[in-house]
Design a protein around this ligand. Structure first.
Ligand SMILES: *[C@@H]1O[C@H](CO)[C@@H](O)[C@H](O)[C@H]1NC(C)=O
Ligand SMILES: *[C@@H]1O[C@H](CO)[C@@H](O)[C@H](O)[C@H]1NC(C)=O
Ligand SMILES: *[C@@H]1O[C@H](CO)[C@@H](O)[C@H](O)[C@H]1NC(C)=O
Ligand SMILES: *[C@@H]1O[C@H](CO)[C@@H](O)[C@H](O)[C@H]1NC(C)=O
Ligand SMILES: *[C@@H]1O[C@H](CO)[C@@H](O)[C@H](O)[C@H]1NC(C)=O
Ligand SMILES: *[C@@H]1O[C@H](CO)[C@@H](O)[C@H](O)[C@H]1NC(C)=O
Ligand SMILES: *[C@@H]1O[C@H](CO)[C@@H](O)[C@H](O)[C@H]1NC(C)=O
Ligand SMILES: *[C@@H]1O[C@H](CO)[C@@H](O)[C@H](O)[C@H]1NC(C)=O
Ligand SMILES: *[C@@H]1O[C@H](CO)[C@@H](O)[C@H](O)[C@H]1NC(C)=O
Length: 324
């Protein structure tokens, strides 16, 4: 009897283990509408790229929970685009993805979003063959690729040990501000320690309802039956060069999630757990597309609705040039 139960369970377990095709997946895996570039509109924001990663090391009751990042590029009304001007806004929006059997209202805990990217080596850039590496748009990985294990361990240990109460997140915030782990002093470059971060309560999230969802053309999570709850957003400025676009659009954002036991009878978690997830937008690994000159500066601008028409015109101009 026991034997047959194990056999029946095996396919379910392997289906769970398969999960996402890589540590972080983007629009190609998430079936965003294809307009020649990545594009994904969720309620009132149109993203130029998406990254989805599972949160690892969570209690069984939370398995499948994930974090999503979308980046929305906003250019000045005038069209902007003057090379080195540092006024192009890159708005990063974060969501918590929850399996359909999990009520986001039953969660309690905190998320810490580190807005300054780690200065580690970066994720490895996938190779299309032995000689051609795709650029950072397609790169993906996990935190140990970019942050020392000592820093990861200290951060998660410290987060687990902070006494959570009704104001657990402000306690965690001041604890990290006042006593950042020594092992993380180099996280965002010499002397900057943890850099700029924000702490958000997980106890107050609501999933995007069907009625609020009318203007979405994309649901950047897998499986599609999962819910999304907006967690946080942050806007930083970059310039209009391709270098600036790559640096802001595809930067890595570490997110520390701490799940605590809630006070009610519905608590999903008995022991506090803490994990660090490193998230970034992941774009096509196709080297042709990744190095398409049209998909550099104009491609970035194309993602903001303001410039969509301009990009199409630029595209046509290139096409005409080729035909001539
Ligand atoms: C590459 O871009 C073209 C349009 O320029 C699009 O049709 C194609 O699907 C893209 N390929 C991938 C792998 O995204
Ligand atoms: C772009 O920058 C240059 C040099 O700073 C300046 O002379 C020019 O007026 C700027 N153009 C626009 C459209 O802002
Ligand atoms: C690798 O891919 C590039 C672009 O498709 C091609 O030009 C090159 O010949 C390939 N190199 C090898 C060793 O296959
Ligand atoms: C749990 O609820 C009780 C009664 O409502 C309250 O006194 C206590 O502070 C709560 N504990 C936490 C950790 O929120
Ligand atoms: C939850 O959200 C509401 C409305 O945004 C806010 O008034 C309230 O203070 C929040 N509660 C917590 C615990 O963050
Ligand atoms: C929101 O809209 C997208 C795109 O139409 C759809 O795929 C998704 O299932 C919708 N989600 C909800 C909760 O209505
Ligand atoms: C644009 O921004 C990138 C990334 O911060 C930086 O490396 C580059 O030097 C900047 N370029 C100009 C011309 O300011
Ligand atoms: C939860 O914490 C208690 C007390 O620290 C410990 O005895 C128990 O093994 C933990 N349970 C799990 C599932 O880690
Ligand atoms: C990359 O995309 C282009 C355009 O969609 C396609 O023609 C080409 O075969 C793709 N290359 C690879 C290696 O997938």
């Amino acid at each position: 009897m026991i034997h047959s139960k194990v056999l029946l369970l095996a396919p379910i377990l392997s289906a769970l283990a398969q999960d996402l095709s890589t540590d972080i997946v983007g629009c190609t895996d998430l079936d965003c509408p294809n307009q020649g570039w990545d594009s994904c509109t969720v309620t009132d924001e149109s993203y130029a790229g998406i990254g989805l990663a599972r949160i690892s090391g969570v209690p069984d009751s939370l398995v499948g929970i994930s974090l999503v990042k979308g980046v929305h590029i906003e250019d000045p009304e005038s069209g902007g685009g003057n090379g080195s001007d540092d006024d192009r806004s890159f708005k990063s929006v974060y969501y918590l993805g929850t399996p359909s059997n999990l009520d986001v209202g039953d969660l309690s805990g905190c998320a810490v979003v580190f807005n300054d990217p780690p200065t580690g080596p970066g994720f490895q850039q996938p190779k299309i063959n032995d000689s051609v590496a795709v650029d950072i748009r397609a790169s993906y990985g996990t935190c140990p690729d970019v942050i020392t294990q000592g820093c990861i361990d200290s951060l998660t240990r410290q987060a687990r040990n902070v006494q959570t109460g009704s104001n657990g997140c402000s306690a965690l915030k001041s604890d990290l501000e006042d006593n950042p782990p020594d092992e993380c002093s180099d996280l965002t470059g010499a002397g900057d320690g943890l850099g700029r971060f924000d702490v958000i309560s997980l106890g107050n999230l609501s999933t995007i309802s069907q009625s609020a969802n009318g203007s979405s053309d994309c649901w950047p999570v897998q499986p599609k039956s999962d819910n999304l709850a907006q967690l946080y957003d942050d806007t930083s400025n970059g310039n209009y060069t391709e270098e600036g676009n790559l640096a802001e659009m595809y930067k890595i954002t570490p997110i520390l999630t701490v799940f605590t036991s809630s006070n009610g009878s519905n608590s999903l978690v008995s022991n506090t757990s803490a994990s660090l997830t490193c998230l970034k937008v992941v774009s096509t690994g196709n080297v042709t597309n990744a190095t398409d000159p049209e998909d550099t500066d104009e491609g970035g601008a194309a993602m903001s609705a303001v410039n969509m028409a301009g990009a199409t015109v630029a595209g046509l101009a290139t096409l005409m040039f080729v035909l001539l």
